[in-house]
Design a protein around this ligand. Structure first.
Ligand SMILES: Nc1ncnc2c1ncn2[C@@H]1O[C@H](COP(=O)(O)OP(=O)(O)O)[C@@H](O)[C@H]1O
Ligand SMILES: [Mg+2]
Length: 465
């Protein structure tokens, strides 16, 4: 066969990298908020404890993230914009042990393909920093520069070369709402990191790093700083651990409900996930305690051995799959219900006050509401309100609507295990450099040692699982 005829027979061509990145960007970078998420996650993976996000025009003109993390060498600064360039995994086995927020090595390549990006970075051990500028995937400048330790990535004019995508952006108000939500969930998951959000020269949030070693106190402070004192006053702590799964965090008291699902934050191994399924589990735990059209606030952190989950089901990793979805559903519902019970908020049968009528009594607020017999749920487990009883007796598990404990759920059955001791030994410092602070195998190590101002030489950014 001649070359000419071979060419005419060939319909398939390999895309050049710039085009491939531009197309792939559609998966990773749907809007300014997704670019901001990737940049902030990179800062956190780099062990930063101070992250500033600067926005202009709801991110369409500028998204800049400045961190004080471990920085990059000049060689890495140039490599990081290549597709599949990552320091976080090396082999397929590492996928089962992912502890960083990123690992696909696609974000910077994707962002740089559809924007003008300037990265400045410096490691503590280097005398000078390095600056690199990429426009539409093409490097236009790379040179030494003066810059503080850490990394700054400025993304200008997102989608400037993909007009269809730019036109697809929603109103600035909507895009800004998504940006704020992204900032909020990342800030909630990292109370020990200081965050600042500046939009069009106005400071929207300034969140101090929590110095509290108690994760519950730190989270409460962060919730107060983000959402206000009212939220922080109406929180019910949730805390349970089994050998497979643990849940901790806060849900709101039923009285403090919201009109939308906008303030519901669920994390799996410190990664924010959207899960209608598990959201329903939390909602279901409230049963009839919420009026129609009301939703609880919550910030719940699930921790599970990474081998039991697949975070790779979605390009932005916003969705997650458990190997036993039903079991996790039952567990989440049970622990939230138990927590609400411990706060005297679950329905009770009150014969004296209503002549046998079924009521919901919330002693904390003295509120009583009639309930139909269908919604009657006797309080059976853990002697709600008696905190001493928690952890001592193994509760029978939460009652289902029929009043029988869900015996099919092995985690719900083991809810009695005490977790206080475990929690007390979990300190912020252990979250960091895995080499120095070994931690529960499934929790995400960050890459810094709090005791040293320059916490990480950068070696932690490599896949040393
Ligand atoms: N802010 C940062 N500080 C230090 N290193 C960074 C930073 N951002 C990116 N990097 C490096 O660039 C690599 C590529 O980043 P990215 O494209 O987001 O992929 P991933 O985070 O999935 O590895 C990272 O693995 C990391 O080594
Ligand atoms: Mg990343």
């Amino acid at each position: 066969m001649s070359d000419a005829s071979a060419d005419s027979d060939r319909l398939i061509h390999i895309m050049d990298e710039t085009l491939a990145n531009k197309i792939a960007a559609g998966e990773v970078v749907q809007r300014p908020a997704s670019a901001a998420k990737e940049l902030i996650e990179n800062a956190l993976d780099a062990g930063a404890d101070d992250v500033t996000v600067v926005l202009k025009d709801a991110g369409s003109t500028l998204i800049q993230v400045v961190d004080n993390g471990c920085g990059m060498s000049p060689a890495d600064a140039q490599a990081c914009f290549k597709r599949h360039a990552t320091s976080k995994i090396r082999s397929i086995e590492d996928l089962d042990r992912i502890r960083t927020l990123g690992f696909r090595g696609e974000a910077l390549a994707s962002i740089a393909a559809v924007a003008q990006v300037e990265l400045k970075t410096k490691r503590v051990q280097d005398d000078a920093g390095f600056r690199i500028r990429i426009e539409g995937g093409t490097e236009v400048a790379a040179e030494p520069c003066a810059t503080p330790d850490g990394t700054s990535v400025a993304v200008q004019n997102l989608f400037y070369n993909v007009p269809a995508r730019r036109n697809f952006l929603k109103t600035p108000a909507t895009e800004f709402k998504h940006l704020v939500e992204t900032f909020q969930f990342l800030a909630l998951a990292h109370p020990d990191v200081a965050f600042r959000l500046v939009h069009d020269d106005n400071e929207v949030f300034r969140l101090a790093a929590s110095a509290d070693d108690d994760p519950f106190a730190a989270l409460r402070q962060r919730i107060k700083a983000i959402f206000g004192a009212d939220h922080a006053k109406h929180l019910v702590p949730v805390e349970e651990t089994t050998s497979y799964l643990s849940v901790e965090g806060f849900v709101s008291e039923p009285e403090f409900h919201r009109r939308s699902r906008g303030e519901q934050f669920l994390f799996v191994n410190d990664r924010y996930v959207k899960s209608r399924y598990l959201g329903h589990a939390v909602f279901g735990a409230y049963e009839d305690l919420l009026p129609d059209g009301a939703y609880p606030f919550y910030a719940l952190f699930l921790r599970v051995d990474p081998s039991h989950i697949d975070v790779n089901v979605h390009p932005t990793k916003a969705e997650i799959k458990f190997d036993d979805e039903r079991g996790v559903y039952g567990f989440v519902k049970a622990v939230v219900r138990k927590a609400l019970g411990s706060h005297d908020l679950t329905p009770q049968f009150d014969e004296s006050s209503s002549g046998g009528e079924i009521t919901v009594t919330t002693p904390a607020r003295g509120r009583t509401a009639d309930l139909s017999p269908r919604s009657f749920t006797p309080r059976r487990y853990g002697e709600a309100g008696d905190r001493e009883a928690r952890g001592r007796a193994r509760p029978a598990g939460p009652p289902s609507r029929s009043g029988t404990p869900p015996q099919h759920n092995r985690w719900a059955r083991s809810l009695g295990s005490s977790t206080t001791a475990i929690r007390k030994t979990r300190t912020r410092s252990r979250r960091r450099c895995p080499a120095r602070w070994p931690r529960r195998p499934w929790t995400r190590p960050s890459m810094r040692n709090r005791n040293s101002p320059r916490r990480c030489s950068g070696s932690c950014m490599t896949a040393t699982f």
